[in-house]
Design a protein around this ligand. Structure first.
Ligand code: AMP
Length: 199
């Protein structure tokens, strides 16, 4: 049988807070990860705003010479949060088409601290993976314990039978932003061809 193609990570989609009012260590993590992506010559795909952790991360990647693709719905640009300095700003008609554009452009997904929007994006790519619409790696960065309640919630859901134990295998938990790129490089070869048309 032919071996599945080797997984190459050229672009990473990062979900993180549109607010920067959380702990300073989260801001440091966003900056460090933006720089790490640029240093590894991996394109950053993100929500296109110049606000909160998103803006800090995009700035850090750009200042380090990285490629940054912002994907933002036209409505949000009007509210002035679109970031003009990115390498490319992709403007979509709706929030839905925006999430799809971010999904298609990215070889992997990384979750940093954030709020409801970040959670929505995380669960969306996770449930798409559960349905085998794709098997791109998804990495949740614990970030000093910030996501512990989320990890506990997932365990609680599994314990009650609303998700299978194998749900845990759909994403990888890492402790710090430094652990993300090694985790992505170690991700198994893809076994499912991405099928955005089925979404
Ligand atoms: P939240 O975690 O609720 O702050 O939402 C952040 C996530 O939702 C990001 O990963 C973005 O993709 C998206 N998002 C929310 N608010 C904005 C915004 N003002 N500009 C761009 N993207 C946003």
């Amino acid at each position: 049988m032919a071996k599945p193609p080797k997984r190459r990570i050229r672009s990473v989609c990062v979900y993180c807070g549109s607010s920067g009012r959380g702990p300073a260590r989260h801001r440091r993590d966003a900056v460090a990860f933006g720089r790490a992506l640029a240093a590894a010559r991996i394109e950053l795909v993100y929500g296109g705003g110049h606000v909160g952790l998103m803006g800090l991360m995009a700035d850090a990647a750009l200042s380090a010479g990285g490629r940054v693709i912002g994907v933002i719905p036209a409505d949000l640009i009007k509210k002035e949060v679109g970031y003009g300095k990115v390498t490319r700003l992709v403007v979509t008609k709706s929030m839905h088409s925006r999430k799809m554009a971010m999904f298609k452009r990215s070889d992997a997904f990384v979750v940093l601290p954030g709020g409801p929007g970040t959670l929505d994006e995380f669960f969306e790519v996770l449930t798409w993976r559960q349905l085998r619409f794709h098997d791109k790696p998804i990495v949740l960065v614990e970030s000093h314990g910030y996501w512990t309640p989320l990890i506990d919630l997932i365990e609680w859901i599994i314990r009650h039978g609303y998700a299978r134990a194998s749900f845990r295998n759909l994403f990888k938990i890492v402790r710090t932003v430094d652990d993300v790129l090694p985790a992505l490089r170690a991700a198994p070869r893809p076994r499912v061809k991405s099928q955005p048309k089925r979404l």
